[in-house]
Ligand binder design. Structure first.
Ligand SMILES: C[S@@+](CC[C@H](N)C(=O)[O-])C[C@H]1O[C@@H](n2cnc3c(N)ncnc32)[C@H](O)[C@@H]1O
Length: 244
């Protein structure tokens, strides 16, 4: 190797080393003020990013970091039944079905909504999703879940994303009470409304439903705080619950 080549290697190594030190220092010096996640949450919610979010072309009214979190939960939990209250266009049901299809064992997604007239054909045509048009708090839904539990025994992942008023969410949580078993997962979505931290004037919503439920049944659920906090903000604050 001639001297010129040795010099070139030394120069490159030094510049890589300098880059590493400089960027390492910048990571070390970074001091979050603590308000970043809440500000980002407000920006994300109040500028309707969630309302323009799609899964493979189908409207999916979620925060994308929550979707990633759900993907991680599903791949670990490997549920055989997913219960979704609130379908809208069916984008979230389709997302759950696609993740589950890759996991490769038998499952069903039950997605319930009072109005299925706007479902996207891509969701309707997915053989692993069962769409049921009904109020999610109707007793027939509990019977339907019981039947699916027998057909698809195993863990359950349930997600509440329908009517975001406290009394309705509380009714949904009570409907699921005898149907969920230890280790099953429940996400109560849009607990961010009513000032947690968005839409401060909403009135009692999902967050208050969780509080009311836990007042009545304090030992039912453990809060999965690690997942709740993982991506800085979530549309389901206080709403990542694991059945005891
Ligand atoms: C926020 S959207 C669901 C969004 C969907 N999960 C997604 O991520 O794209 C709420 C849905 O709840 C439905 N809904 C409202 N009241 C309901 C009820 N009592 N039972 C079931 N669904 C209801 C609405 O029709 C609406 O489609």
């Amino acid at each position: 190797m001639d001297l010129k080549a040795v010099g070139q290697i030394a120069k490159t190594s030094f510049s890589s080393f300098r880059r590493l030190v400089n960027s390492g220092v910048s990571l070390f010096l970074y001091q979050p003020t603590g308000s970043e996640p809440e500000e980002y949450h407000k920006w994300y919610y109040n500028t309707f990013v969630w309302n323009k979010t799609k899964w493979l072309g189908v409207d999916t009214w979620k925060s994308v970091s929550d979707m990633w979190n759900y993907q991680e939960i599903l791949s670990e939990l490997k549920p055989s039944l997913i219960i979704e209250f609130g379908s809208n266009r069916g984008g979230s049901a389709l997302f759950f079905a696609h993740v589950m299809q890759r996991l490769g064992h038998p499952f069903k997604v039950l997605s319930v909504d009072i109005n299925h007239s706007i479902l996207d054909p891509a969701a309707v045509n997915d053989p692993d999703i069962l769409f049921v048009e009904s109020s999610s708090s109707a007793p027939e839904i509990a019977e339907q879940i019981q039947r699916l539990k027998e057909e698809f025994p195993g863990k359950i992942f349930a997600i509440l994303d329908s009517n975001h008023e406290r009394d309705h969410v509380l009714a949904e949580m009570k409907l699921l009470r005898p149907l969920l078993a230890s280790g099953d997962y429940l996400v109560v979505e849009d607990s961010c409304v009513n000032g947690h931290p968005v839409l401060p004037g909403w009135g009692p919503g999902p967050y208050e439903a969780i509080e009311a439920y836990e007042h009545e049944f304090p030992s039912d659920y453990a809060h999965d705080e690690g997942r709740e906090q993982k991506f800085g903000f979530t549309f389901a604050p206080y709403g990542f619950l694991i059945r005891n």
